[in-house]
Design a protein around this ligand. Structure first.
Ligand SMILES: [Zn+2]
Ligand SMILES: [Zn+2]
Length: 375
């Protein structure tokens, strides 16, 4: 496999160079989609564009088992050298390159011999909504295994090492309003002070406890009330909350307790508190079989001493919506060590491009092992 990948490397370098210099933000990856389509069709693959959105998939073979590989395709909008622009600072350009590499290598090696391989290029990971939209396209249905990949920062994983799973945390962002009653500063008994309500919410959040072994936090991240007049008691306020938990069951418990605090405080002050979840990310549900296959693939390619079983990271990743919404899919995400500095989402983020070939080799080995395990 090593020789085959070395032969593909110049092509992969070309792909990466193009994608890196043509970043597009979430849901606007039209040029990226067109480039991927033209490149893959030029290599003899049949491409299926997603219905009504950016991104695409390639299917090889037919019947069961069905093994999938997902890569994300969007860039971030950020200030780079004083200019706001789209920028591939999360490494999704590298992920796409590995998706293409895995397809080229699969074709060379006649994968799948039996069954179906689906490689798909998902939009809008950074918005946390792309995976949910791809789920609606139906391509995860009947999938047995699903692999993903993300480059990792050097302080988390050495260049040359790889992790068989990434345990991202869950997050919930909540937006709310408090409707109390304005009053004269001299007559507080005639009003319902939204700031006092907010203060009670904060102390209520601080008294929430879940199992301390599994990290979790709930805190207020925005609160606005009152105007220029110091002698008016403000009745209305708006606020935001940010909830984090390393496991989905703990997030469920945490959210329930937060809701209880909100209800209790609203009752205590006799005010109306409305709120909604504005954005959420589920925690990783790593399948142990998929993780084991990935561990074997890593060991095969870079050796046992460079195989890390798992990385726990508080960040979020919408990949995990696939396994949460389709629990029968055995999934895991490869963490690729590639000397990435200074960090993900940093405007000057760079990494060792040669690691992409290693990533292709590991992913293709994992795909091969997945087909073999389902014979
Ligand atoms: Zn990112
Ligand atoms: Zn990313």
């Amino acid at each position: 496999m090593r020789e085959q990948i070395q032969l593909l490397k110049p092509k992969l370098d070309q792909v990466f160079t193009y994608l890196h210099s043509h970043p597009e933000v979430s849901w606007q990856e039209t040029g990226t989609t067109r480039y991927l389509q033209e490149f893959l069709e030029g290599e003899g693959f049949t491409v299926s564009l997603f219905d009504g959105m950016t991104g695409l998939s390639v299917t090889l073979g037919e019947g069961s088992p069905v093994v999938g590989l997902r890569t994300d395709i969007d860039a971030l909008w950020q200030e780079v050298d004083g200019v706001y622009q789209a920028n591939h600072s999360c490494g999704h350009d590298g992920h796409m390159t590995m998706g293409i590499g895995a397809l080229l290598l699969a074709k060379e090696r006649g994968i799948p011999k039996k069954g179906t391989l689906k490689v798909f290029f998902q939009p809008a990971e950074e918005k946390g909504k792309g995976a949910l939209a791809v789920l609606d396209q139906g391509i995860i249905d009947n999938m047995d295994y699903l692999f993903g990949v993300h480059v990792r920062a050097a302080d988390e994983l050495d260049d040359g090492s790889s992790a068989a799973s990434l345990r991202h945390g869950a997050a919930k962002m909540i937006s709310g309003t408090i409707k109390g009653t304005d009053a004269h500063g001299a007559r507080p008994h005639q009003g319902k002070n939204a700031i006092e309500v907010g203060a009670s919410l904060v102390s209520g959040l601080q008294s929430i406890h879940c199992n301390p072994v599994i990290s979790h936090t709930a805190k207020m991240t925005m609160f606005q009330a009152g105007g220029d007049s110091a002698n008016i008691i403000p009745g209305n306020a708006k606020f935001s909350l940010d909830l984090r938990a390393q496991e989905n069951s703990v997030m469920e418990e945490l959210y329930e307790k937060v809701e209880r605090v909100i209800r209790a405080v609203a009752g205590q002050y006799d005010v109306q508190i409305d709120y909604e979840v504005m954005a959420e990310m589920v925690a990783a549900e790593v399948d142990s079989d998929a993780e084991e296959l990935m561990a074997q693939a890593i060991t095969k390619v870079v050796g046992e001493e460079r195989m890390i079983r798992t990385i726990v990271t508080p960040g979020g990743e919408d990949f995990h919506f696939y396994s949460v919404h389709r629990p029968s899919v055995k999934s895991t995400m490869l963490g690729l060590g590639c000397g990435l500095t200074p960090g993900l989402h940093h405007p000057q983020m760079t990494f060792n491009q040669d690691a992409l070939a290693t990533g292709v080799e590991i992913l293709t080995a994992a795909i091969e092992l997945a087909f073999q395990s389902r014979k």
